[in-house]
Design a protein around this ligand. Structure first.
Ligand SMILES: [Zn+2]
Length: 720
């Protein structure tokens, strides 16, 4: 008699064994209830084994009427756990985010008209019958609310025989999309791309694509063709479209509805519990054909996933930064491989990692270069700060200041982009021009004012701020260059006393709600000048934004953040999407001390591929991702002395690994968060090293006080 090994959605190291009672049908992937400790809990049958139990086992209590989780999904959970150095139970927890979906839909009583008219009609009763005629049917509460009367009037009509009750599921299935609806006419270039996608879907199997198309080139219409083919080919096939959370708008939903005659099943953080369980159930039963969701939708238990689309694949919101840290784009590629599905990564500004995969032939690249909407890059101007020096203590050049004044006077919006928060990104010597770098790297030292230290964000190396220049010996000659967003905002408030100025950084916008709030105020025209870090470089659309100022392009291109240059480029391109539609062209002013730097030249020329090539060469030379591997170990404690101690313990426990270099511990970029003192190790290794295995071995060797917290971040994105 087989034993069921049950995995619980908890941070436990492995599944536990249970007996299967007589008459119960259980298979690998079944969702069950089983006793664990004092409680009965929901778990998943991970596998059935035949080994006779060594001790007395408890039995499974019950099985949910949900189709078993497919083998491919279980392998995906295993992969995710191993790769991201998390417990499989923790990853299962992400797949079980809507427990209500495991049970059949709750039911409710709805009422509809019988056609019988009672001769004891009142005005209130007339209103209810009118509301019923309009809605077709509804619960007593809904009908009473629509009629503006109390629900006792509804009950009275039931007794009089004018309404009859009917029991219905609360969570209805989503309407089925129609694969045969005709899409819009495509341009020859769009048709060619759509043809490649349709062919790949028709052939079946794993097929990764980069859909590389400039803003306004019709990427969505092209991937809609792949969706249409997938729906038509297999009546049970399911499609997942991942979008940045902030892009999951009603407008996007309506686009799907217009093309396929039915809206997709949604999945994002603002859903109600009822919407969440409904989508989860419909996906698990294979009835939801198209799902549009934020990154966590990747963990929905699809029964037959045949196409994944990651739209805006470069967007940093696909990286989860807490709990199990993972990158949804990278995990989506692995899921597609396991499901033998097609995957389309779409972007106007693809991530360097994706471009390198396309160039090496791992992904097939489909290019859309035509510009039907005439979208074009804004007029890019490099502002040479050596010639247009800001006034002492200021950071905005006269050119950019005049631009801000003129834009505000015209009733339009400006955005100032600066990718450093409360500290100076660069320390230079006023006497000799020396830029202080971290030993053995090209990485600049960052001034931390609260601790008066210079810290390298890449390696964690640090020193007290010296009195003399290490190169020329000049006394008191070192100065921090480049401000944080707060100081720039202050300067703008002096320049434009009547303007509404807001700051947009991870300090002012923690969490989705706060972010949406700022984005909505900006989109609604309530903000005149937005000063932000790279958090603004996401796919926001600000229709009245006509001026973008890059305050410090030098730190943007060469600072401690690996992807800062890419984000600068993405931000500037984002303005382009709007510039083509508005009659006023957008304008970008890029402040730099190095106008002749090739990356700066490429940026100003709007030469994306040239820009990426330079980025690529730099990363290759320094063996940075994707040419090398990187991980972070983030630790924290409430007590600063203990934080220091756990750093020492962890440093000693770091295993030896061929080619692996461990830097740190350094104070984490946000060194005090929610009262916890954080520190961080950065680990680099050649591409062929299994860094996940290395990090797992390190964790196993780590014996820490229980008050300490530790997290692994494979392929870290957050350096600020
Ligand atoms: Zn000097």
């Amino acid at each position: 008699m087989p034993v069921a090994r049950i995995l619980f959605p908890l941070p436990l190291p492995e599944p536990f064994d249970y007996l299967i009672p007589d008459g119960m049908t259980v298979e690998a992937g079944s969702y069950v209830r089983a006793p664990l400790g004092q409680y009965e809990r929901t778990g998943l049958v991970w596998e059935l084994v035949d080994t006779p139990p060594e001790r007395e086992l408890k039995a499974i209590e019950s099985v949910y009427p949900t189709p078993p989780m497919p083998e491919t999904m279980r392998r995906f959970i295993e992969f995710c756990a191993r790769y991201n150095v998390a417990g499989p139970g923790q990853v299962l927890g992400m797949a079980l985010r809507a427990r209500g979906g495991l049970s059949p839909s709750p039911t409710q009583t709805v009422y509809q008209a019988t056609g019988h008219r009672t001769n004891r009609m009142t005005a209130a009763r007339e209103k209810v019958l009118a509301a019923t005629a309009e809605l077709g049917s509804g619960s007593a509460t809904d009908l009473a609310r629509a009629a503006g009367v109390s629900s006792s009037v509804v009950k009275g009509l039931v007794e009089a025989g004018s309404l009859k009750a009917d029991i219905r599921a609360t969570d209805l299935p989503y309407p089925a999309p129609d694969p045969h609806r005709q899409g819009p006419d495509l341009t020859p270039e769009q048709s060619a791309a759509a043809k490649s996608l349709r062919a790949a879907v028709k052939a079946g199997g794993y097929a990764p694509f980069l859909l590389d198309g400039i803003t306004g080139s019709g990427k969505t219409e092209v991937y809609f063709e792949a969706i249409s083919e997938t729906l038509a080919k297999d009546p049970t096939a399911q499609i997942l479209v991942l979008l940045p959370e902030i892009a999951l708008t009603q407008a996007v939903f309506e686009r799907f509805e217009a093309r396929f005659g039915a809206g997709p099943a949604p999945w994002h953080s603002s859903l109600s519990d009822q919407q969440r369980r409904r989508t989860w159930r419909e996906v698990a039963h294979g009835r939801a054909r198209i799902v549009t969701g934020a990154r966590s939708a990747l963990f929905l238990p699809f029964s037959n996933l045949k196409l994944i689309i990651v739209d805006e694949e470069h967007d940093s919101s696909f990286k989860q930064e807490d709990g199990v840290r993972y990158h949804a784009r990278d995990m989506a590629v692995m899921r597609a491989k396991l499901e033998e599905a097609a995957i389309i990564l779409a972007s106007a500004t693809p991530a360097l990692e994706t471009v390198v995969n396309a160039e090496s032939g791992r992904y097939q690249r489909l290019k859309l270069s035509a510009r039907p909407g005439a979208a074009r890059l804004p007029d890019m101007h490099l502002v040479d700060l050596r010639a247009n020096t800001p006034e002492t203590g200021n950071w905005l050049s006269p050119v950019l200041s005049r631009g801000l004044v003129a834009t505000h006077a015209a009733g339009e919006q400006s955005l100032l982009f600066l990718n450093r928060r409360g500290y100076a990104p660069l320390v230079i010597c006023k006497a000799c021009g020396e830029r202080l770098k971290s030993p053995g790297t090209e990485s600049w030292l960052t001034e931390h004012r609260y601790s008066n230290r210079l810290i390298c964000h890449l390696t964690g190396w640090s020193m007290p701020k010296p009195d003399h220049c290490p190169k020329c010996g000049a006394k008191d000659s070192l100065m921090g260059v480049g401000p944080g967003v707060e100081r720039v905002a202050e300067e703008v408030r002096v320049l434009l006393p009547k303007a509404t100025v807001e700051i947009f950084s991870s300090d002012t916008a923690l969490g989705g709600e706060a972010t949406r709030g700022i984005v909505e105020r900006m989109a609604g025209g309530e903000v005149d000048v937005l000063v932000g870090t790279q958090i603004v470089a996401k796919g926001h659309n600000f229709p009245n934004l006509t001026l973008v100022g890059v305050v410090d392009a030098d730190s943007g291109l060469q600072g401690g953040d690996l992807r800062a240059g890419e984000r600068t480029y993405q931000l500037l391109s984002q303005v382009a999407g709007r510039a083509g539609r508005a009659d006023r062209p957008g304008k970008a002013l890029i402040q730099t001390y190095q106008p002749n730097n090739p990356a700066m030249q490429a940026l100003a020329a709007g030469d994306r591929d040239g820009f990426l090539k330079i980025e690529r060469d730099v990363r290759e030379e320094l063996s940075l991702p994707p040419f090398g591997r990187m991980a972070a170990l983030v630790m924290s404690a409430t007590d600063p002395a203990m934080a220091k101690e756990i750093g020492l313990i962890a440093g000693k426990a770091a295993p030896h690994g061929e080619g692996v270099t461990v830097y740190g511990p350094a104070p984490a970029p946000i060194s005090i968060l929610r009262g916890r003192h954080r520190l961080r190790f950065l680990i680099t290794a050649p591409r062929d090293v299994d860094l996940s295995a290395y990090m797992a071995a390190w964790l196993r060797a780590l014996k820490l006080p229980s008050a300490a917290r530790v997290a692994v971040d494979i392929d870290p994105y957050s350096f600020l």
